[in-house]
Write a protein that binds this ligand. Sequence first.
Ligand code: NDP
Length: 337
Amino acid sequence: NRRIVLASRPYGAPTTNDFRLEQQPIPVAGAGELLLRTVYLSLDPYVRGRMSDAPSYSPPMEIDDVIVGGTVSKVVQSNHPQFQAGDWVVGQAGWQDYVVTDGQGIIKLDSVIPHPSYALGILGMPGFTAYMGLLDIGQPKSGETLVVAAATGPVGGTVGQIAKLKGCRVIGIAGGAEKCRYAVETLGFDVCLDHYQSDLAQQLAKACPQGVDIYYENVGGKVFDAVLPLLNPRARIPVCGIISQYNATALPDGPDRLSLLESIILKKRIRMQGFIIFNDYAHHFGEFIQQMGQWVAEGKIKYREHLVQGLENAPDAFIGRLKGENFGKLVIQLGNE
Ligand code: NDP
C-alpha cells in the first residue's frame, strides 16, 4: 500500500520535499468494515490550506498524516451490509492506494454518473460548488453580465456554462490563448481574456460595456482589481476562492485600499458573500446531482479532465495546479478500473 504523507509545512509555494511517499502493508477490513482500492484521486486547491496550520474552516493536517483528498474507489472486500465487493464508491480516502473504513461518509456512485471519475468533478464537489455559488449567491438573471476566472477549471468552466443557460453574457478569464480559445469555442463563453496580458483591466472594460452584475470570485489579486471599477449597482460576488493568494506569506505591499472597497460596496449596494460548499449547502446535493446529471447527459454542460497516471506524480501535479499548469479538472489515476 503506497501512501503520500505531509513531510513538512510549506512556506510559500509547496515543493516536493513537503511530501513523502511511504510503503505500508495493505490493511485488513474487520467486522463491519470495508477495504477500498483507490482508482481516482482528486487534487483540489483547498489541500494547500490544510497543509498550513493557519486557522481555517477545517483543522489542518498534522505532519506525517496522509494528504487529504476526494477519491473514487472500488470495494475490494466488504463486511458491511450496505456494500459489496466491486461497488464503486466516492469518499475521502486521501493520497493512498488502499484504505479501511467503517462506511461513514462513503457513498455509492449515483447511476446518473456517466464515468466514475466525474464524481470528483462536474458531478461532485467542484460542480456542486459552481452550481450553488452561482445560483444561490450569484442569482443570475437573463441579460446580465458575469465574469469568472480560472475559466477552464471545473468550477469556473461550469459557472460560465450555467450562466449561459440562464441567459447571461459570460466573460471568462484564463491563463493563455489555448485555454481562452477552449472557453469560447467549446464552453460557449462570449469572450475569454488572458490574465497574463498586461492590459487585462482595459480589455475587461471593453468586454463589459454594460458593466458587471456578477463576479464569481475564484482567484482574487489582479483579476479582482480589474473587475472592481466595473461593478454595477446591486452586483453580487460569490467569494468561492482566491487561488492567486494561497501561496502568499504576507499581505501585498502598497496603499491600503480597504476603505475604497468598502465605499464601493456601500455606494453600489454590492453583496459579497463567502461560502464553503458542504458546510453551507450539503442538503442541496441531491437536487444538484439530478439537474447536473441531466445537463451533462444532454450535452448542455461540457467538462474536461486533466488525467495524470500514478500516485507518485500527485505532488508535482498538485504544485503545478496552483500555477495553472492543469487544463481541466486534475485527477490522478492510481490503478485500473
Ligand atoms: P482549477 O482546476 O481551475 O485550478 C486552479 C486554476 O486557477 C489554475 O488552473 C489557474 O487557471 C488559476 N490560477 C492559479 N493562479 C492564478 C492567478 N495567480 N491568477 C489567475 N488565475 C490563477 O480550480 P478549481 O476549479 O478546482 O477551483 C477554483 C476555485 O474554487 C479555487 O479558488 C478553489 O479554491 C475554489 N473552491 C472553493 C470551494 C468552496 O467551497 N468555497 C470548493 C471548491 C473550490 P488559469 O491557467 O486559467 O489561470
